[in-house]
Design a protein around this ligand. Sequence first.
Ligand SMILES: Cc1ncc(C[n+]2csc(CCOP(=O)(O)OP(=O)(O)O)c2C)c(N)n1
Ligand code: SF4
Length: 301
Amino acid sequence: MAEVTQLIHDYLRHNKKFPHVFCPGCGHGIVLGSLIRSVHALQLPKDDVVIVAGIGCSGRMAVYVDFNTVHTTHGRALTFATGIKMANPKLKVICVMGDGDALSIGGNHLIHAARRNVGVTALILNNYIYGMTGGQCSPATPFGDTSMTTPHGSLEQPFDTVDLVTAAGANYVARGTSFHANMLDTLIKDAIMHPGFSVVEALSPCPTQYGRKNKFKGAVSMYEWLKKNTVKVENRKEGDTRIPIGVFRDVDQPGLEDRYAALKAQIAKKDLPAPKEAPVPAGECAPLEVPVEKAETKEQA
Ligand SMILES: Cc1ncc(C[n+]2csc(CCOP(=O)(O)OP(=O)(O)O)c2C)c(N)n1
Ligand code: SF4
């Protein structure tokens, strides 16, 4: 207990920014605890850590923690995070987003951060819904589930975050849940230390919006659901319909900031490879004849 109190004093802006906004039973507080325990276990100096967040209940994390923090606009957190990492690659930049933030308005930034493989950790808190704004459907809302904007059930298939960022090129991709807090600590620690773009999706119950609309009896039943409906990816057998959790991709491609630093060093040493020649078009090219209308001047008229 004393250790937890110490962590609260060390890592939270407890005397400035509390009480917090999280509803009773919300999974976001558990993910916040995991994030703090991970940074603490890695012994990272607080000044070397930057938390960048968008807008949403999940985005409030950036307000509560006592690191360098930037609470940005909805959907754009990854753009700020990319800039911070490129400007100062020695920082550990952790970008906290909800599923709406990361997959809907910010979906474009997510796939491009993965494609660029920039050295940022994206922590995506997936509660299957827009929590903060009253429970609208998100790109992660499961097919058939109810939300404020899908009262008869969603007709759309959701994104699979893991598949999406894996296909787009992220170096490290993992999924955990707020129920499996110890595993989540490990995944976040690994992600923070991994070079290149790392993504941890945390399935994190929203009892107030998603839970009520989808007939869960309360927060406890949502955690029981997570326990029953997930399986470690290494134990998954063919035909198992439970949600796999664990590490899905773990490769070591250099991050964008490393490739950029290498190029800068080459330029400084004037040690650049010759530029690639422009491709020669195949076949004969007839000069393009563009009809030019002669404008009549006043004198000619
Ligand atoms: C540009 C812009 N569009 C919309 C909003 C309104 N808005 C605030 S939070 C949010 C969605 C939050 O859902 P999510 O990102 O899943 O986070 P959660 O609250 O569930 O943690 C929206 C649509 C906004 N603040 N800015
Ligand atoms: S609305 Fe949902 S996501 Fe937001 S704090 Fe409440 S339980 Fe958590």
